[in-house]
Design a protein around this ligand. Structure first.
Ligand code: GUN
Ligand code: ZN
Length: 436
């Protein structure tokens, strides 16, 4: 007797993904199967291709979900977002430092209450899913229990989340500070509890050089050395005020990046948010180290921090991911973030093609997080994390997409006009996690 076939689901629709960085591989990196199908079994993509061929090979005994003219795309990767800042979004500030002190630090202090953290974890993850983000690199708060609450909620949803307890021991309210030894001990315990459990990963998370003493950055370096699989996330060179403060904090460092380099924090598993005001030397060292940056356009525009230099990142071969950076960022939507990334790049005098923007929101993010073998494209063998995008979500989107000339044009219209309304469904490891 032959073994029973595992339950298979076939998703029929317009498959779209980006197979490589279009800046390197050219526009052919954008792939579209206009009447395509994805075969999913046990949370993984089993096969993909044109609907007629897939139907002939796989339809028998499978359930078929027909998404019609909707796009089926890889789940988005939000490479920089803050769990305790949901309620800080759209708070009127006067630049980074003022915004942190007035709104953000008090909001994060409230996460000392585990019940508040647990309630907010559900809200935060629901927002990610509503916007089609199936993977995120997340700053939790300084509190280990709040970080546990976030991991537990992500685990229950089978979400691929990488997060870390924030380490900060100075230049912040005492209620929000830990110390070098405590942050090391609590981070190590969180790594033991969560890293590699299900689809979860850990990122050592010093907030930024200004709020960490040299002893704490040394502790962060030790955590990375002792736990080779974990990531490092922090902020780098976001505003001129911040750069001045870091120069005063670390007078021996030759520049901002050097502060992190001296503590062993710059390598292929490091993701630096913002990176707006780097020298050519800093860009060169980031590239040589194989480090990645998270481009957070809505945050950079909202705080008036600066315009990301995508051309410099390309020149120095630095992997670029996209981040919402909520709560300084103004939207959880990775579509909206792609649209704002385009505008920022135009303000720099450059161009961001639809394929390029979509790459940074999917495979680029997966590469930054060291997950390109499991997510980021719709390839067989990868996790069945995908979004169903409705090009008729609003009357204007329907009109504009109806007149689109090709798939790049559709993606561009979605980026400029779309938001959570365009995310009809979000599928996580083959299971429906959000339906509009
Ligand atoms: N730099 C240090 N902390 C933060 C934060 O919470 N948000 C942003 N945008 N920048 C930071
Ligand atoms: Zn941030």
């Amino acid at each position: 007797m032959s073994a029973p076939l595992t339950a298979r689901t076939i998703h029929r629709g317009r498959l779209v993904d980006v197979l490589d960085d279009p800046a390197v591989a050219g526009p052919g990196a954008l792939r579209c199967e206009p009447d395509g199908a994805l075969v999913v079994a046990e949370g993984v993509i089993l096969a993909r291709g044109p609907w007629p061929a897939i139907a002939a090979m796989h339809a028998e005994g499978a359930s078929v979900i027909d998404h019609g003219a909707a796009l089926i795309a890889p789940g988005f990767v939000d490479a920089h977002v803050h769990f305790p800042q949901v309620d800080v979004i759209a708070s009127h500030g006067k630049g980074l430092m003022d915004w942190l002190e007035t709104y953000t630090f008090p909001a994060e202090a409230a996460f000392a209450d585990p019940a508040h953290a647990a309630a907010m974890a559900a809200i935060f993850l629901d927002e990610l899913l509503r916007n089609g983000a199936t993977t995120a690199l997340v700053f939790a708060s300084v509190h280990a229990a709040a970080t546990d609450a976030l991991f537990a909620a992500a685990h229950a949803r089978a979400l691929r989340l990488i997060a870390g307890k924030v380490m900060l021991d100075r230049h912040a309210p005492a209620a929000l500070c830990d110390d070098a030894e405590t942050s090391h001990r609590e981070s190590a315990a969180l790594i033991t509890r969560w890293h590699g459990r299900g689809r979860l990963g850990y990122a050592v998370t010093p907030r930024f050089a200004h709020t960490s003493s040299p002893a704490q950055l040394r502790a962060a370096g030790a955590l990375l050395r002792d736990h080779p699989g974990v990531l490092l996330q922090t902020h780098l060179s976001e505003t001129m005020d911040e750069i001045g403060a870091v120069a005063a904090d670390y007078p021996d460092a030759c520049d901002y990046l050097d502060v992190y380099e001296r503590h062993g924090l710059v390598g292929p598993r490091s993701v630096f948010a913002h990176a707006l005001h780097l020298s050519a030397a800093e860009w060169g060292r980031l590239g040589a180290a194989g480090a990645s940056v998270a481009f957070c356009p809505t945050s950079n525009l909202f705080l008036g921090s600066g315009l990301f230099d995508l051309a410099a990142a390309r020149r120095h071969d630095v992997t670029v991911a996209l981040g919402t950076d909520v709560g300084a960022g103004t939207s959880f939507s990775m579509l909206a973030t792609m649209g704002e990334a385009y505008k920022v790049t135009r303000l720099r005098g450059g161009d961001l093609s639809p394929a390029q923007a979509f790459y940074h929101a999917t495979l680029g993010g997966a590469r930054a997080l060291g997950l390109a073998d499991v997510i980021g494209t719709l390839e067989p063998g990868k996790d069945a994390d995908f979004v169903v995008l409705d090009t008729t979500a609003t009357p204007l989107l329907a009109r504009r997409c109806g007149a689109a000339t090709d798939i790049g044009d559709v993606l561009f219209a979605l980026a400029v006009l779309g938001d959570d309304r365009a995310v009809a469904q979000t599928w996580v490891a083959g299971a429906l996690a959000h339906a509009r």
